[in-house]
Design a protein around this ligand. Sequence first.
Ligand code: NVA
Length: 364
Amino acid sequence: MEQQTTSAPVVNTFNEWDPLEEIIVGRVDEHTLIPPWDVVMPACVHDKTQWDFFKEHGGAPWPVAMLKKAERDLDAFVDLLHQAGVIVRQPEPYAYDRPLATPDWEVGSSCYALMPRDVLFVIGDQIIEAPMGWRSRSTERFAYRELCKEYFRGGARWVAAPPPRLSDESYVPGFVAPEEDEPQRFILTEHEPMFDAADAIKCGRDVFIARSSCCNRFGIEWLRRHLGDEYTVHEIEIHDTHPMHLDATFYPLAPGKLLINPERVVKVPDLFEKAGWDVLVCPEPEMPASHPMYNCSRWIMMNVVMLDETRVVVSAGEKRFVRQLKEWGFEPIECPFWDFETIGGGFHCASVDIRRRGGPASYF
Ligand code: NVA
């Protein structure tokens, strides 16, 4: 009889806090580009004064000095992960500067392979390539193809959600982002399923997701049906004038501990209260207003990475948040990251966990 061998799955991740073993971290290189102006950007870029910057410089590499500083931060994050015994993988370099075109649209370039969290939704033993809403990011998945092939050969499941066509029918014509005191509205129509992987966050057998400038109800339904009976997909109601990605808004950090953005979560779903979870209200960010930020807000400090239920990688400089995390029973590990955050994301954006030691469980 053939001998059965049991080995741990190469891809295995059900939540944000089981002990981290392997992670993909994005790449900063000299080809990392300023995102070109894209139909979706008025709905995503908070600071209107930066629109002209993207219109004028989109498609050019970020200034060398900015990239150097961002790279220094990313290197510090990678070192920290190595010291914690985590295997770190990185995407391949990729020709971001080539123009992209389909019969429906064209853009001058793609962007980068900086933010794996947005591209790959990794859950259980499967990798789902997200049906992303930015035209300029529609080929970003290819930077991760060698890794996906390797994980597939190692036993992982690998699937791409239907790649969206991204024609004009997918966007509300002449969309204007809501002001703070206006009801929530979104740029995406329901023409086809769309979401970025970072619009969803895992919590064992439950997945939380919110509509955003990259995620529509059709996309949520696609994910719900694709995941089937093994998971329950819950839609979170948020209020955000420029919604994009859930992990600076709503973040189950550890069993019984939900971190929320006080400005954006309209209602914490009842199941958290019923199950006795603590709702941890994130303190105000401390990054000085003078620190340049493109493409995301200062709330990016919520975008932590959990090494396990207790150890949390957090942006150095966010002292109030660090103190608060300690009071909540965590062990914060500070890492400089403000200069990476400048070009569009935090630790969680810059990475996607591939393997954590643990299995599926329900926390409700
Ligand atoms: N769009 C969010 C960041 C999400 C990771 C923000 O700008 O706060």
